[in-house]
Structure formats: structure tokens, C-alpha cells
Design a protein around this ligand. Sequence first.
Ligand SMILES: Nc1ncnc2c1ncn2[C@@H]1O[C@H](COP(=O)(O)OP(=O)(O)OP(=O)(O)O)[C@@H](O)[C@H]1O
Ligand SMILES: [Mg+2]
Length: 273
Amino acid sequence: MPTKVIALANQKGGVGKTTTAVNLAACVAAVGRRVLLFDLDPQANATSGLGLEKVEGASAYRPLLGEGGLLEKIQNTAFERLEIIPSEVDLCGLDIELARSENHLQRVAMALRPVVESQRFDVIFVDCPPALGILTLNALAAADGVLVPLQCEYYALEGISMLNRIMGQLHDNGVNPRLELFGVAMTMYDSRTNLSQQVVSEVREHFGERVFETMIPRSTRLAEAPSFGKPIIHYDKYSSGAAAYELLAQEVLARLDRKTEAPAQVPVSEAPV
Ligand SMILES: Nc1ncnc2c1ncn2[C@@H]1O[C@H](COP(=O)(O)OP(=O)(O)OP(=O)(O)O)[C@@H](O)[C@H]1O
Ligand SMILES: [Mg+2]
């Protein structure tokens, strides 16, 4: 099966991109798939969330500038079948450096090609920073699909039309003809509030079946886990957050497996919003 690249993107900050990237990656690895988590955010939250120190020179910075290969940047984690390309602050300056270079939107795609071709992984999750800057555009240009985490709050959809438009452009102008909206994951859901339920129904009206059935509950255990450097299934296996990410992983795998059999039917440019 070819390696699938899924970017977690939403230009809004703090919506659960990293929490979803880390926990989904861990749950997918736990059920037997080989997973790479590519931390493309200078904040390096996914890196510390998996218990790795931020080490100078360990990130994708140099390979993305064409110096050395990305394969050499892959590191083991403490978790079986889960590997990582860590981030550190030097990725901060990369936007500016890339803006000046040739093929500046294809740098992640080019660097990932040998990793994809090595078939070492079943799936690569890319954790994006909270902006539609060059790093995120690069992730979108390299991805087979985009997973958009949306926080259950007012204005959840704010800015999503922009992301959608950019995805449509990258798709239509040939930068990435494979790109599609892989799914929308609702995060920080609180079943006790009408607000969460209203937001979910509004989002479902826009995105229909693209929205995953599983909603990630608001849970302090999920917020605590990164400070122990562990995904939730290894921090508190029997918590509601662990159960939710395990279910989300099942949905993600079902979609990935379905896509491998039959190509996607909904191009991004036709997705609603
Ligand atoms: N389901 C949840 N329940 C409780 N807290 C959560 C949940 N998901 C995320 N959080 C917390 O909310 C904050 C933001 O989450 P996270 O870092 O995953 O978002 P992000 O979209 O990656 O942020 P950024 O845009 O800064 O990269 C973090 O402190 C995280 O621990
Ligand atoms: Mg993040």
C-alpha cells in the first residue's frame, strides 16, 4: 500500500491540531500501522508532546532548504511503530528562507518524496503551524488529504473558507492535483452545552460526510498528557479522550483504506463552504 500523507491544518490557533496529530498518530501506530509524525510547526508542540527534547539541527530545516535528506532526520519515539521528524525553533526562519527560493511551495513535497518512496510508513501525519503561511502551504502541496480540526466554539468555521479556497487553488492550478479534504474532526466537544451541539450541526451542514462521527471531548487528561511527553493512550488508557482518539483512528483508517481501493470522489474545489 502506498504511503499516505495527511496534513493537519487550520490557520486558527489552539483548535487541537497538535493534540489530534499526536494522539491520532499514536492510536494508528497502536493498531499496527507504521506511522511518521512530521512536526512542521516551529512551536514544536508535537515534538515535546511525544517526549522529545528540542535539539538544534534535528528538524527538517536543512533538508527543506535542499541540504541533506529528510530520511536522516527521522527519529524513533518511545512508542512502537511511531517515528517522528522533530521540530525546533529554527523552523521559524524557514518561511522567509523558502520565500526566496525556487519551488518554494514544493519543498516539503520534494523532501518527503524519498520517505514516501521508501515505503517505511503507512501514513505520515504533518502537524502544521497556525497560519496559512509558506510552511502550511508546503504541507498542503505535499499531502494526499487535509484533516481539519475544528474547535466546538462560536466562529469555528471562521477562516475555513480561506483554507478551503487555498486548497482549491493548489488543487486546480496543478500544485497538488491529489489534494482533497480528508476530514473534519470536531475537538473540545462538551456534550453538556447546547453550544457544542449547535456548532457540530452547523459544521455538518457545511461539510456533510467529511465530518468524522467521533467527536473529541474536552478533557483535562488530554491537556495534561503532553507535559508527560505521552499520547493519551499511553498516559491514561481508560480516559474518555483515549477512547475518542481510538475511535477517530478507526474512522481515519477506514477512510484511508477505502481511498486506496477507490480514488476520492470529492475534489477539494467542490467541497462546500
Ligand atoms: N480535547 C481537548 N480537551 C482539553 N484540552 C484540549 C483538547 N484538545 C486540545 N486541548 C488543549 O488546548 C490547547 C490547544 O491545543 P493544541 O495545541 O492541540 O492546538 P493547536 O491547534 O495545535 O494549537 P496551535 O495553533 O498553537 O498549534 C492545548 O493546551 C491543548 O492541551
Ligand atoms: Mg499546534
